[in-house]
Design a protein around this ligand. Structure first.
Ligand code: SF4
Ligand code: SF4
Length: 295
């Protein structure tokens, strides 16, 4: 229980991260670099401060809170120097304008559990539970296994949302305490996957086949991104249709709401320009259904 993980958010009453009402724990660090990533605060494994300049009131409260001199007021205006920031998190609560957001608190299982147990009645009445997500939660697999074990001891439904680009041993660690894997699938074609995520999909496809062979319940989640992986749907349908444990496939339309987070974190924008149409999503879903998949 003394083990710690770096966590950037705990979201209660989540309804898009598995069945029912859930609490989702977002872990820092991801091995992929999807161009459309909507959680850029989850990419780096280490803590980060985001600064939303448009919200800043230039009140100067953060100047006293920061021992590293990353904040200063000059001629009545606030300046933030990212290079000086050591990501200690001390300034976040001082900010009167909610212009500062700190991502990446170190937490123990014992510190996290009370929040996760708080909504147990809602989990029971809605068929929900707790989802581990990210980033890639299985980059911190020891902690995930310890946390999931506690959740199962409390008879809570558990879901692990993974990109699959993880060592087989990480899956083995969490498998006994995981009710369902929410498995992200971006492309079947190796070159397309490389272009979309910067990484090979070999390990991802092997791990998916492994989970299926192990008899673990799987929900596939396909981010649909025009100009990137929209030509992959039928290949995915062919790959998934023979699998025994894929109980559902979800097509997730790409959105670009995360733009301001990239700016606030000082990251280069990678978000694709084109949003999918409702017709394109419907056609993708129809294609998957045509292969006998529950969409
Ligand atoms: S996170 Fe810490 S080091 Fe960075 S600006 Fe805030 S107080 Fe300063
Ligand atoms: S405390 Fe927040 S609102 Fe005030 S100057 Fe600092 S960043 Fe801006």
């Amino acid at each position: 229980m003394k083990q710690t993980a770096t966590i950037f958010s705990v979201k209660r009453f989540a309804v898009h991260d598995g069945d029912g009402i859930r609490t989702t724990v977002f872990f820092k660090g991801c091995p992929l670099r999807c161009t459309w990533c909507h959680n850029p605060e989850g990419l780096a494994a280490t803590p980060q401060l985001a600064y939303y300049a448009h919200k800043c009131l230039s009140c100067g409260e953060c100047v006293a809170a920061c021992k590293s001199g990353a904040h200063r007021i000059e001629k009545g205006l606030h300046h933030y120097e990212k290079e000086a920031c050591t990501a200690c998190g001390a300034c976040e609560d001082s900010c009167l304008g909610n212009a500062l957001a700190f991502f990446g608190r170190r937490m123990t299982v014992a510190a996290l559990l009370p929040t996760l147990l708080e909504d147990i009645d809602f989990y029971r009445s809605s068929g929900g539970g707790v989802t581990l997500s990210g980033g890639e939660c299985l980059c911190q697999a020891d902690f995930c296994a310890a946390l999931l074990r506690e959740l199962k001891a409390a008879d809570i439904h558990t879901a692990v949302d993974t990109c699959g680009f993880v060592p087989r041993a990480a899956l083995d660690q969490v498998m006994p305490y995981t009710d369902i894997f929410l498995y992200d699938l971006k492309a079947v074609d190796e070159e397309v996957h490389q272009a979309c995520t910067g990484r090979s999909n070999k390990q991802i496809l092997e791990n998916l086949a492994y989970l299926d062979a192990c008899g673990k319940t799987i929900e596939i989640r396909i981010p649909y991104v025009p100009g990137y992986n929209d030509g992959e749907i039928e290949k995915m349908a062919k790959l998934l249709s023979p699998m025994k444990q894929v109980r559902r496939v979800r097509v997730l339309p790409y959105h670009n709401y995360a733009g301001s987070k990239y700016t606030a974190l000082g990251l280069a924008h990678t978000l694709p320009p084109t949003l999918p149409t409702a017709e394109a999503i419907a056609a993708a879903e129809a294609c998957l259904r045509a292969y006998g998949l529950h969409v």
